[in-house]
Structures are given as structure tokens and as C-alpha cells.
Ligand binder design. Sequence first.
Ligand SMILES: *[C@@H]1O[C@H](CO)[C@@H](O)[C@H](O)[C@H]1NC(C)=O
Ligand SMILES: *[C@@H]1O[C@H](CO)[C@@H](O)[C@H](O)[C@H]1NC(C)=O
Ligand SMILES: *[C@@H]1O[C@H](CO)[C@@H](O)[C@H](O)[C@H]1NC(C)=O
Ligand SMILES: *[C@@H]1O[C@H](CO)[C@@H](O)[C@H](O)[C@H]1NC(C)=O
Ligand SMILES: *[C@@H]1O[C@H](CO)[C@@H](O)[C@H](O)[C@H]1NC(C)=O
Ligand SMILES: CC(=O)N[C@H]1CO[C@H](CO)[C@@H](O)[C@@H]1O
Length: 350
Amino acid sequence: MHYLIRPLHGLAFLLALFLDSLRASASNATTCPEACGSRIFQYGDPTYSIENLAIRSNGAILFTPPFPAAALYQVSPTTGNSSFETVANNVQLGNASFALGITELYPDVFAVITGTLNQTGTFKIHTVDFNVQTEGGSKGPQVKLTNEVPEARLLNGLAAVDQESGVLLASESYLGEVLRIDTVNGKHSVVARGATYEALPGATEAAASIGINGIRKLGGSLYFLNSSKKFFGKLGVDAKGYAVGVPEVVANLTAVQALPDDVALAEDGKAFIAGSDKIVEVSSQGKVSVLIGGEGVATVAGDTSAQLGKGAKSSTLYVTSGIAPLNGVDQVPGFIESLDLDCVAACRTY
Ligand SMILES: *[C@@H]1O[C@H](CO)[C@@H](O)[C@H](O)[C@H]1NC(C)=O
Ligand SMILES: *[C@@H]1O[C@H](CO)[C@@H](O)[C@H](O)[C@H]1NC(C)=O
Ligand SMILES: *[C@@H]1O[C@H](CO)[C@@H](O)[C@H](O)[C@H]1NC(C)=O
Ligand SMILES: *[C@@H]1O[C@H](CO)[C@@H](O)[C@H](O)[C@H]1NC(C)=O
Ligand SMILES: *[C@@H]1O[C@H](CO)[C@@H](O)[C@H](O)[C@H]1NC(C)=O
Ligand SMILES: CC(=O)N[C@H]1CO[C@H](CO)[C@@H](O)[C@@H]1O
């Protein structure tokens, strides 16, 4: 059923027909939003996982693996698996075991975090510049080490302050901090810390110890998830990337998401929060609803992050998945799912 109806979903004029056929033929309430998803890439090996992503202006998807080794990969959403390529390898990214947050720092120049979980002295920022193709026939963007953050234990989410200054904000999930990282002079400092960003006290497990996790910047605010405390918050930041004012809780996710991980933000302030096998939508007024997913639903199982497409693809949500414990048992290889949000919206109002 799922596969038979899938080719129809992108065609707006067939949408009503498609929904009618679903209602007529399926007594399965989850079929409709699930059919709005399409698996554009998947690893073959179940130990491979995806942590974060960024969309290039040409539409290509860059993504980072937390296992088995730091690297930066790229796929085209139209050609999927067959276009999979390595953009920066493990040696270029400092031989770390994880690659984590990624963000566009200047047009078509991306910054990426690498490091080894909970090991001080391993966390670094590299930039990957697609405007400079390295010489000598070996094609590939220029990779540069810009910052070392030796005290970090889990530098995780990354967001550029703007597309000009070379300044980044990063979340430190184990220490409960927001760092300002200047890629021009190589320096960094803590701009926010405290209970808002820390995990609940007493947590010792790797996942439960994650306080501030995914971050994105929109307008004058840094939006963030605190995974351990299960809320979506925002912090004011000035034009230079320093914190201003007091942080706010945008939405309490306790009732809907056991481990909110990362967020995609639309220009109008709507948020799509990935984590716990679901995408949770938070309206610009703070209204919370589950958009898709849940226990046993494969579409976004093991989801770790999300980003909206650009331009004509602005109602496409790309969702990355880590190692997904489906039904609590199976593990599926990391994947990227493309969700047609117009289709999902039609399913909800039908
Ligand atoms: C509903 O979906 C589940 C999961 O995909 C599937 O196992 C089940 O057979 C479906 N039920 C019906 C009535 O189609
Ligand atoms: C991509 O390749 C993997 C591994 O070979 C395979 O399991 C998966 O089905 C493929 N996905 C698509 C969309 O072709
Ligand atoms: C990474 O490993 C390569 C090969 O072993 C080595 O040449 C290089 O110096 C290492 N880089 C770092 C940053 O440790
Ligand atoms: C990280 O390492 C520190 C120091 O060794 C240790 O106290 C802490 O429990 C570790 N955290 C996690 C989540 O493993
Ligand atoms: C969210 O709601 C739960 C349950 O009501 C409460 O315990 C928790 O403190 C709230 N969290 C925040 C950040 O307000
Ligand atoms: C348990 C806890 O520390 N909750 C805090 C999380 O951060 C928000 C925003 O600053 C506070 O309002 C909560 O008290």
C-alpha cells in the first residue's frame, strides 16, 4: 500500500484523489501522513547513523555521521543513493569519531563540529568551502581547521550568527553552555550557561546527560532544545553573537517527546522538532502538535535532525535518522527522509 500510493504524493492536483483512495481502501489511520514521506537516502549498514544536515543553495544535502567516524557526506535529493559522496574525510576532519553540528557560515561555506564523545582535547571546528576547488585534479572543497575547543566534552549543535562575520554559536550538551566561536581569530567564549542549558541533575547515562542540544538561529534569537528537560527555548542574541535578555521557554515538550533532539525553523517562526521517532510542530504562537511519527512508525524512526528545503522546496522537510530501534528491537541503517509538508497538512485537515 505504502509503495503503491507513493508516486502520487508530489502531484498537488492528484492530492484529493489520493486522499479519497486512501480513505476508501485503508482502515489504517497512520497511512496518510506516512505516505507523504519518501526515503531519499539510506546506508546499507545498520551501524551507520546520521546526526545533522545542512542544505546547499543548489539543493544538495550535506550530512554528518556520529558513527563510525567523523566525515562529511553529500547526497542529491533527486538522485538519492546513487549520488552519495564524501565531501571531507576523517583525516581532513582531524581523525575524530563524531561529526555533529553543521551550518552555512558564508555562502556555500559550511562549518562543522568534530570530536570524540566526552573526550576533552578532541573537539574542533573545520570549514568546508565549496567556492574553492582544490587544485591538482583531485576535486573537492577546501577544508580548513579554524578552531579547537579543548575543554569541550560534547560540542553538539552549531548555528552561524549571520553569513558574513564568521561567528558561530555552539551548544555544549554535557557542560550546559552556549559558546560563541569566532572562526576568524580562532577564539571562543561561553556566552550563556546555567540551569536553562544543563541536563537534569543526577543523570549519568550518555543520552540523559544531554542538556542543550540542537540549535538554530532566526532573526535575533537562538532557538534550542534542552533534551533532558524536554523543552524548546529561545535566547536573544545581538548582532555580534552575544546573549541578551533572559531565555524563554517556547514550548514544553514533556507530554509529546521523550528526547527532543533538533529543530528546523521556517521563516514565519514555525518549528519542526525532531526526536523520539516523531516530528513535533510548534506554531509561532507556541501551540504543540505531533505532525508525524510515534512508536512503531518507520517514516521518521530514530530521527535526529531536520531542515527545510530551499526555494521551491520550502515545503519539503528533510529528516535525518540515527540508529533506529524500531519496535524496540530492530536497528535500521541511518537514512534521510523527505516529507512533503503540503501533503501532511492535507492529511491532517481531511
Ligand atoms: C497499519 O500499518 C501497520 C504498520 O505499517 C501495519 O502493520 C498494519 O498491517 C496496517 N493495518 C492495516 C489495516 O492496513
Ligand atoms: C539505498 O541503499 C541502501 C543500501 O544498499 C538500501 O538498503 C536502500 O534501500 C537504498 N535506498 C534507496 C532509496 O534506494
Ligand atoms: C590524522 O591521522 C593521519 C594519518 O594517521 C595523520 O597523518 C594526521 O596527522 C592525523 N591528524 C590529526 C589532527 O591528528
Ligand atoms: C564524561 O566524563 C566525565 C569525566 O571523566 C565523567 O565524570 C562523566 O560522567 C562523563 N559523562 C558521561 C555522560 O559519560
Ligand atoms: C513542563 O511540564 C512538566 C509537567 O507539567 C513540568 O514538570 C516541567 O517543569 C515543565 N518544564 C518547563 C521547562 O517548563
Ligand atoms: C528544571 C529547570 O531547571 N527548569 C528551567 C529550564 O529553563 C527554563 C528557562 O530558563 C526555566 O524556566 C526552568 O525553570
